[in-house]
Every structure is written in structure tokens, then in C-alpha cells.
Design a protein around this ligand. Structure first.
Ligand code: GLA
Length: 392
């Protein structure tokens, strides 16, 4: 993996080549991996993600006029895509630039209009479509560079909220706050224990002596991911509406498993019932997992990760054959503390905690088993937990 200095050189070179001057500023925002607490962030529950040291970079200068010029090293074939700050509307043709444009639109909606256009070159080192939040990192990065260039008075939590708002309202994906929050608020060697109902959070040190965080990429992304995601959200909301009629809760985060046993039968639709059961049980698992981690009880943390995967498979139905094959192969492997799918699902990655001296064995054995079962070559990344956005 290239370091910041190499990436800076690459971006300055590209910037000069495309826009004629190398006199640009360079910013970074991270991707994220979620350790536990999946599909709880729009259900009033807890999440436990951390920012990664991989993410998205941008080289940028302000222009004198109102033009916007975008280029991505990851989509070189698309060339320079031109727009303007008077044309901040979603369009299919705008492709990946709908993410930065969405953030600029969101700033305007919040009363922070851009005074001038920009020339930008983006480059991301998060594998495409891996579910490690490349889109959230572009959103947070774009918000951060706007703040730095134009001096807008926004906090990093505001940047997360603006990113989510743009993704919901501009790009039509009804995501929760987890990804943008993890990217904007990341802290090196810490995971973020976030209550999505209140945005209260604590940083939990992840000093795992002799243990590595290993991400395994299934290298599949199933179609209709965002529409299936929006379906899950609707099904959960329908279940919640039934529960609200019989007990005084405002979100699934207000319930524990015992309460769900008592009132759950109010949800007559079998699918909505299972979605609700996941929302409640996953939130409790996340709270318990953080307790276990704080008590240095990694075995319990790992067991809860495994249970999270099973619940996401059976109750929430957001895994897929490839994710199940990967997690199952990991569970069989010596030195694995716990493993589960991470992120939205329907493809993407698993995350596992693995004893350091067993990581190589895991990569070769799981890679082989996964290939035998699916015919697809998996990729593995041993990742580090990094900081939120910064200027290089
Ligand atoms: C996606 C969304 C997040 C969250 C996860 C599932 O990554 O963007 O808001 O809902 O899925 O936990």
C-alpha cells in the first residue's frame, strides 16, 4: 500500500497534468470498518465502527469562476467531468461526481453557499464496492475540504450529518449515520461506541495485544443493494410502528430482549417481526460486546460477532452465499476470535479478529475454501485503525 507521501506525489503530478498548476492543497478522509452493531444505526441502536488508514484523497484549488472540474484517478476513463456550482442536481450521467456534488448541494441547503468553483482530483485506496464506505469517505472529504478552503463554521459531527443528508436526499440512499460518523470522527487505535439515537459516543481503545483485524473481501456486490437496503429500513419501521402501539418506546434502542419477548408478537407480519428481532438483539449484542471488550473478555466479544452474523443472515437477510461461505470458513479457522459480515451486506466484506501468528494460515486456508465453494478469488487486508479527516 502506498504511503501519504507517494499519494501526494501522484496527486500533484495528475493535478498539474490536467489543470496546468501543481499548486494545490491535499486532504484525506478515511473509510471505516464496523466491528459490531449492523443495521442498527437507523433503528435507534448502537454501533461500534472504526476509521481505517485507507480512504479517499483529494487535491484541490479554488477557481475564480463558478465552474467545477472533477477527475478521479480511480475512474480515469471518465476523464475530467465538468459542472458548475449553479448545477448541483442529481443526474445519472454525472456518475461518481453525484457524491461530491451532493455534499456541495447539502452545504447550500444548510445556508453555506460556495462562493466559487473548484478544480479537484480524487483518488481512493479503498477497494471499490467493498462495503468499507468509500462513498462516506468522499462525502466527509468533500465537506472537510469545503470547510478548510472557504472557512465554513462546521464541526466534524456536522460534516458527518451533512454527508448523510446528501446521501439520503441527493443520492437517494436512506443510510444511517454510522459511516459518515466513523469517517469524520475517527481516532487512531480507537473504535467509536456510538448511540445513534442521541449521537452520544465514547472512544474505546483497541489495543489488541497479538491480535489483528483482518478484512476479507468476497469480491461480489449484488445488484439492487441500495433498494434492498431501503426495503429493510421500511420493514423495520413498519415493525416499530406496531410495537409503539403496545409499549412506550420511541425506537428499537429502547428495548431489551426480554421486552421484545413480551411485546414482539404485536408485529403480525413475519418478515417485519424478524427484522425487529434483529434490530433489538443486535443493539444488545453491541452494548454487551463493548462491555466485554472493556473487561478484556475477547472470547465473549468474538462470540457476539459470530452471533451478529447469524442474526444478519437469518433475521435481517442481508448476507449472501458468498458472505456466509467466508464467515463459515473463518469460524473453522484456528486463532479466529470472531468473524462476521460488515457494512450494509449483500456482498462486500467480512471482518475478523485473528491471532497474529495465525493470520497467514487464515488467509491461505480461507482463501482456498472460499474459492472452492464460490469460484471467486477473495482478497484479504490486515488493517490499522486511523484518524478522521486531515490535510496532508
Ligand atoms: C451501510 C449504511 C450504514 C449502516 C450499514 C449497516 O453501510 O451506510 O448507515 O446502516 O450499512 O449497518
Amino acid at each position: 500500500m502506498q504511503n501519504d507521501t507517494e499519494i501526494k506525489e501522484l496527486l500533484v503530478r495528475k493535478f498539474k497534468e490536467l489543470y496546468g498548476s501543481g499548486d494545490c492543497r491535499i486532504f484525506f478522509a478515511p473509510g471505516r470498518v464496523n466491528l459490531i452493531g449492523e443495521h442498527t444505526d437507523y433503528n435507534g441502536g448502537h454501533v461500534f465502527p472504526c476509521a481505517l488508514t485507507i480512504g479517499t484523497y483529494a487535491a484541490v484549488i479554488k477557481r475564480q469562476d463558478r465552474k467545477l472540474r472533477f477527475f478521479s484517478v480511480n475512474f480515469e476513463g471518465k476523464g475530467v467531468i465538468e459542472s458548475s456550482i449553479d448545477d448541483l442536481v442529481y443526474s445519472e450521467a454525472a456518475g461518481w461526481t453525484n457524491y461530491p456534488k451532493g455534499v456541495m448541494w447539502a452545504f447550500k441547503e444548510k445556508g453555506m453557499e460556495l462562493p466559487s468553483g473548484l478544480d479537484i482530483v480524487y483518488y481512493g485506496n479503498i477497494p471499490n464496492g467493498s462495503g468499507l464506505s468509500s462513498s462516506a469517505s468522499i462525502e466527509v472529504l468533500t465537506g472537510f475540504l469545503l470547510k478548510e478552503l472557504y472557512g465554513f463554521d462546521v464541526s466534524n459531527i456536522d460534516l458527518a450529518l451533512i454527508g448523510q443528508f446528501s446521501e439520503n436526499k441527493f443520492n437517494g440512499m436512506n443510510c444511517g449515520i454510522m459511516d459518515q460518523f466513523a469517517s469524520a470522527m475517527g481516532k487512531r487505535d480507537h473504535a467509536i461506541f456510538l448511540d445513534t439515537a442521541t449521537l452520544e459516543f465514547t472512544y474505546v481503545p483497541i489495543r489488541l495485544e497479538g491480535i489483528k483485524i483482518v478484512i476479507a473481501n468476497t469480491n461480489v456486490k449484488h445488484t439492487l443493494t441500495s433498494s434492498k437496503y431501503n426495503d429493510r429500513r421500511r420493514e423495520s419501521e413498519a415493525g416499530l410502528a406496531e410495537l409503539k402501539k403496545v409499549c412506550g418506546i420511541s425506537s428499537y434502542g429502547d428495548m431489551d430482549n426480554a421486552m421484545f419477548s413480551k411485546y414482539g408478537s404485536a408485529i403480525k407480519d413475519e418478515i417485519c417481526y424478524r427484522r425487529a428481532r434483529h434490530a433489538v438483539s443486535e443493539n444488545i449484542r453491541t452494548i454487551d460486546a463493548v462491555k466485554a471488550l472493556n473487561a478484556n473478555d475477547l472470547a465473549t466479544f468474538g462470540k457476539l460477532m459470530n452471533e451478529s452474523h447469524v442474526s444478519l443472515d437469518r433475521d435481517y437477510e442481508v448476507t449472501c452465499d458468498e458472505l456466509n461461505a467466508m464467515a463459515e470458513a473463518e469460524w473453522q479457522q484456528e486463532g479466529v476470535i470472531g468473524a462476521r459480515m460488515t457494512g450494509g451486506g449483500f456482498g462486500g466484506c467480512t471482518v475478523a479478529l485473528v491471532k497474529e501468528d495465525k493470520v497467514d494460515d487464515l488467509i491461505s486456508a480461507v482463501g482456498r475454501k472460499y474459492f472452492e465453494k464460490t469460484g471467486i478469488k477473495a482478497d484479504f487486508y490486515v488493517v490499522s485503525i486511523g484518524d478522521g479527516p486531515y490535510e496532508l
